[in-house]
Design a protein around this ligand. Structure first.
Ligand code: PMP
Length: 304
């Protein structure tokens, strides 16, 4: 059970989390017609009167785009303001995760997106490590990542997470920590809730958008950091066999941050991970506002 932040935003107002409840007849619950975001924040280690949110602008833009795919006009700046207010009302004391959600809130049946009420809520949980920072083992899933022509993958659509859920449970129930999904073409796509990177011969390689991946914000940050650090990066299709013989493999995501992969199926990844560690240290310093070069990625929310 999670520790929920005490106040939620629900039906246009801030209410105690326990009072933010929906009906069993809610349309989105039946049809997966919701979309969510997920962002992290921490109390500023340098200033107790301030919370730091990582890449708030990008998270709000992505959610607004996901909402558009669901025929819901919810501007990014409106989401941003509600999230700032949400943080100020909750005053989190530890590292936390914010979950904003847009959904078809009508009560009634028939799958559709037109002529139907939509709504937006936000809640939060305290969240430390989501995956072990020492590294994880991964199973290559028997479930394949959906294709963009069957499901709008540029949005973080809730219904899409059936595949992630099947893959994650298949992996865990067979003794692994995480799942890596291939796409319909048999190329590496991503993990259940993370993008994937490999390192070969000093070069970082990650599947591009044409491999049916989510537009990960951590992925975008990793690519930019690597380029700035002078590490060559390539976005291109990755074969399963490359994954198995890579020098380093890591996952990136808001919850997972940068998590090394120790083993894939019955192949062990080398234990030396200089590039993964360098990127992880850099990302940690940035999220804690200790790196002035990337200050524009950190949104300080004053608690006054
Ligand atoms: N892929 C999927 C399927 C995800 O759910 C997530 C988590 N949002 C990611 C990748 C990583 O995205 P981000 O770095 O924006 O959290």
């Amino acid at each position: 059970m999670h520790n929920f932040l005490p106040t939620a935003y629900f039906e246009h107002q801030f209410v105690p989390f326990k009072e933010a409840n929906i009906s069993i007849a809610t349309h989105a619950l039946h049809y997966g017609t919701g979309a969510f975001g997920g962002m992290r924040g921490i109390p500023d280690p340098q200033n107790p009167n301030q919370i730091l949110l990582f890449r708030l602008d990008r998270h709000c833009q992505r959610l607004s785009q996901s909402a558009r795919l669901l025929h819901f006009d919810l501007p990014a700046d409106k989401i941003e303001q509600i999230i700032k207010d949400f943080v100020q009302k909750n005053r989190p004391q530890t590292s936390f995760y914010i979950r904003p959600f847009v959904y078809t809130s009508d009560l009634g049946i028939a799958p559709r997106l037109h002529n139907i009420e939509k709504n937006f809520f936000v809640y939060g949980i305290e969240l430390g490590d989501y995956l072990s920072p020492d590294g994880v083992s991964c199973r290559i899933s028997s479930w394949c990542r959906q294709a963009d022509h069957s499901l709008p993958l540029r949005g973080k659509i809730s219904g899409a997470y059936i595949t992630s859920s099947l893959a994650k449970t298949e992996a865990v129930e067979s003794g692994f920590d995480e799942a890596i999904l291939m796409n319909a073409q048999g190329k590496v796509s991503e993990a259940s809730g993370m993008n994937i990177f490999i390192v070969r011969h000093g070069k970082i390689i990650t599947p591009g958008f044409e491999q049916d991946i989510l537009e990960g914000i951590t992925r975008d940050s990793v690519l930019q950091l690597a380029r700035d650090l002078g590490i060559p990066v390539v976005e291109r299709p990755v074969d399963k066999s490359e994954l198995l013989i890579a020098d380093e493999v890591f996952l990136s995501g808001t919850a997972a941050k940068i998590t090394p992969v120790k083993r894939i199926e019955n192949y062990t990844t080398p234990s030396e991970r200089p590039i993964t560690e360098k990127l992880r240290d850099k990302l940690t310093a940035i999220t804690e506002n200790r790196d002035s070069q990337y200050q524009q990625w950190v949104f300080p929310i004053p608690l006054n």
